[in-house]
Every structure is written in C-alpha cells, then in structure tokens.
Write a protein that binds this ligand. Structure first.
Ligand code: NAP
Ligand code: MG
Length: 400
C-alpha cells in the first residue's frame, strides 16, 4: 500500500512521562508506516515549556488557529513537587488552561465503547458524550464569610455611574455569601460549539439547567435563540434533534437511556457529571476528549493524564501495561478531521480502520491490565505496553 499523503499539517503537541513514551510508539508503529505524516511539532514536555518560559504552549495554540486541527499528548500541570523534580523557573499554568483560553472552546468527552468492558448502567448501549462549558460560574467566584448581622447586596455600576442593586440577604447572624458571573459571548460560543459538534457527529443534543430556580442565570434562552436562528434547519436535514429539559429530569433520563447523544452541561454540572459518566463506562483510559472552538478549531487528546506511576516503573526498567487506546483515538480524531477538511477520504478511512483495530483487538481478548481487571471476557490476555500496540498493528494489517 502506498503511504497516504497529507496536504496540510496537523499541529502536534508532544507531552510528558508515560504518555510521551506511548506517543512515540504510536507514531512509529501505527501511523508512519501508513501515512506520510505531516505535522508541525511543538514539544509541550515540561522541560521544554520551562526552557521557553511556556511560550511553546502559546505558539502551539496559535498554530492551532492557523491549521485548525491539533493533537495533544497528556502534559504535567506543575505543582510544588514538580517544581523541585524539574527545577522549574516558575509554576507554569496548566497547558490545557492556556490553550482553552486562546481557542475559547468547549470540551467534549466521550467513552470508547467495547464489548467485554460493560458499563455499570446496563441499558447504556452507546456512548454518552458530555459537553462541558469551561468558563465562569463557581470556578471564577468571589466568596465572603459574613461575620454577623448586616446585609449583602449585588451592585452593578454601569459605565455612566448609575447603580442597580439587588438584595442578596439580610443577615441576622453569621453566614456565607458568593458572587459568580458569566458572559453572553462565552455562552454563545458554548452553544455554537455544541450545535456544531452535534452536526459533526450526527448525534442528538440535550441541554439542561436549573431554570426553575435560576430564571435569569440560565443559558436556556441563548441556546434556543441561536438554535432557531442558525441550526434548526441543519438539524432537520441531519435528522437529529435539540432537546432542552430541567437538569433533574435530564439526570433521570440519562440513567434510563441507551446513550448515543451529547449532553451539554453548565460548568459545574459538566465537571461532576463527566466523572460519573466516565467511571460508569469502565475506564479513564478509554475516554477521549476534544476541544472544539466556535470558529471550528479542533484539539484532540486523551482524557487521562501522563500516567506518572507507570512512567516511574518504566524508568526503573520494569514492565508496564499502559493503555494507549485513548491516545490512539486522539490521533485518529485529528487525522479524520484533517481528512474531512482537506478532502482526503483515504485519511478518514485509515482513521476509521485504526479505531476499529483497537476495538477489535480488545474484543478479541488482547488488552492492557486496566481493562483485563474489569473485563467480562473470560479468555482475556494481559499484554504489556509495547505488545498491545503490536497487537493493534496486527489487527490493523488485517483490515487494510
Ligand atoms: P493519570 O495520569 O490519569 O493516572 C491516574 C491513574 O489512572 C494511573 O496511575 C493509572 O492507575 C490509571 N490510568 C490512567 N491512564 C491510564 C492508562 N492510559 N493506562 C492504564 N492506566 C491508566 O492521573 P495522575 O496520575 O493524577 O496525573 C499524572 C499527571 O498527569 C499529573 O502531573 C497531571 O498534572 C497530569 N494530567 C494531565 C492531563 C492532561 O494533560 N490532559 C489530565 C490529567 C492529569 P494505576 O496506577 O492504578 O494503574
Ligand atoms: Mg470533576
């Protein structure tokens, strides 16, 4: 088979620890033999971020604006221990936070569903994708301890100096108070990202908030306006629906559904619900993540971190069994999107086959330890990191 050619680069963001090891293996064993891989490489490994004063992260995000498609390896978010371990000049910000701030996107997380790794919720047959708004609300709040009697008010001072006041509470004794905000522009971006992603993946979109309690601080109306104006027709053509309901009702319906839709959540709801959904689907190592911006920039990654514990074992020369499936799916997501944008059907077909090869390999009973521990298959064989990738390669060869 001749190697598949690419016309536009993918922005490649390399990362840290065990996932950096996986990254190299995936490229060498599963991609480069079949594709003339065209990437613009940015090393987001912590050492290089430190050398460049984190400029490399900003450059990588800007390159994503230029080329529209990026694939990212998991990266270390520095904390006090990492400061020492890597002798850092500064406690650099989370690369994902920096990239998200530049691209202004929504994060979509979806489980990779395979036979033999069964969701805890027995009626879930298809993946449930959580779309989480990643701006404002309680994550950018201002809190106050109220020491004793007195009143708390919300005050809006317009540019001309006029004030609008709302009483929060008249305190008879001590208590607490909290102020939070959001921006119409960010809510609109969130809505557009969700509608676009639903169209892209041909899945229904659900959105839910607590609009019975928060009548103004609800995003419901903005979603509906944008849907009616720009998306109703397109959804009809694609044969998908937009469905709004109260968050309580959504939670109850999700548990009884068979999956196969996108569930858009406000920031806090998405934070909490994505942990519930991902653990109920089986394994963190089988969860994909993509940042979609309203301008149509896509950044693909695995939902898990750098698997530090496995890396230290690897450094000691011990055998590891690290699951590469979500990182492979980050690559296939980016390659498929590149193929769609540049009209290279062979690239899309290759991405489909590589995904199929991962799923088939696991379903045939060859898997890494994390899955072997929870599988319902009784012939499961536990493979080490390298051998699993080799097994995927063998399955792929059979599909090409
Ligand atoms: P982690 O890397 O997700 O790993 C936590 C544990 O989950 C592992 O120790 C392992 O369990 C299991 N696990 C995760 N991915 C796996 C895989 N592919 N195959 C097999 N098992 C897997 O989280 P962490 O250890 O809390 O964080 C490590 C570093 O990652 C931190 O520096 C953090 O800042 C960074 N991080 C980055 C991102 C990102 O770039 N998007 C996201 C999260 C965390 P066992 O040890 O029990 O086998
Ligand atoms: Mg959470």
């Amino acid at each position: 088979m001749a190697k598949i050619k690419m016309t536009t680069p993918i922005v490649e963001m390399d990362g840290d620890e065990m996932t950096r090891i996986l990254w190299k293996m995936i490229k060498e064993d599963l991609l480069e033999p079949y594709i003339e891989l065209n990437t613009e490489y940015y090393d987001l490994g912590l050492e290089h971020r430190n050398e460049t004063d984190d400029q490399v992260t900003i450059d990588a995000a800007n390159a994503t604006k230029k080329y529209k498609v990026a694939v990212k390896c998991a990266t270390i978010t520095p904390n006090a221990a990492r400061m020492k371990e890597y002798d850092l000049k500064e406690m650099w910000r989370s690369p994902n936070g920096t990239i998200r701030a530049i691209l202004d996107g929504t994060v979509f997380r979806a489980p990779i569903v395979v036979k033999g790794i069964e969701p805890c919720v027995k009626n879930w047959k298809k993946p449930i994708t959580i779309a989480r708004h990643a701006y404002g609300d309680v994550y950018k709040n201002t809190e106050m301890k109220i020491p004793g009697p007195g009143k708390v008010e919300l005050v809006y001072t317009a540019e001309d100096g006029t004030e609008t006041r709302e009483l929060v509470h008249n305190y008879a004794g001590p208590g607490v108070a909290q102020g939070m905000h959001n921006l119409c522009g960010s809510i609109e971006s969130f809505a557009r990202s969700c509608f676009n992603y639903a169209l892209d993946t041909k899945q229904d979109l659900w959105f839910a908030t607590k609009d019975t309690i928060s009548k103004k601080y609800t995003f419901k109306d903005i979603f509906q306006e944008i849907f009616d104006k720009d998306y109703a027709e397109k959804f009809k053509e694609a044969g998908i629906t937009y469905f709004y309901t109260l968050i309580d009702d959504a939670v109850a319906r999700v548990m009884k559904s068979e999956g196969g839709y996108i569930w858009a959540c406000k920031n806090y709801d998405g934070d909490v619900m994505s942990d519930m959904v991902s653990s109920a689907f089986g394994s963190l190592a089988m969860m994909t993540s993509v940042l979609v911006s309203p301008e149509g920039y896509y950044e693909y990654e695995a939902a898990h971190g750098t698997v530090q514990r496995h890396y230290y074992k690897h450094l000691k020369g011990e055998e590891t069994s690290t699951n590469s499936v979500a990182t492979i799916f980050a690559w296939t997501g980016a390659l498929r999107k590149r193929g769609e944008l540049d009209n290279i059907p062979e690239l899309c077909a290759f991405a489909d086959k590589l995904e199929k090869a991962c799923i088939k390999t696991v379903e045939n009973g060859e898997m890494t330890k994390d899955l072997a521990l929870i599988t319902t298959l009784d012939n499961a064989k536990t493979l080490n990191t390298q051998d699993f990738i080799k097994a995927v390669r063998k399955t792929l060869e059979g599909l090409l």
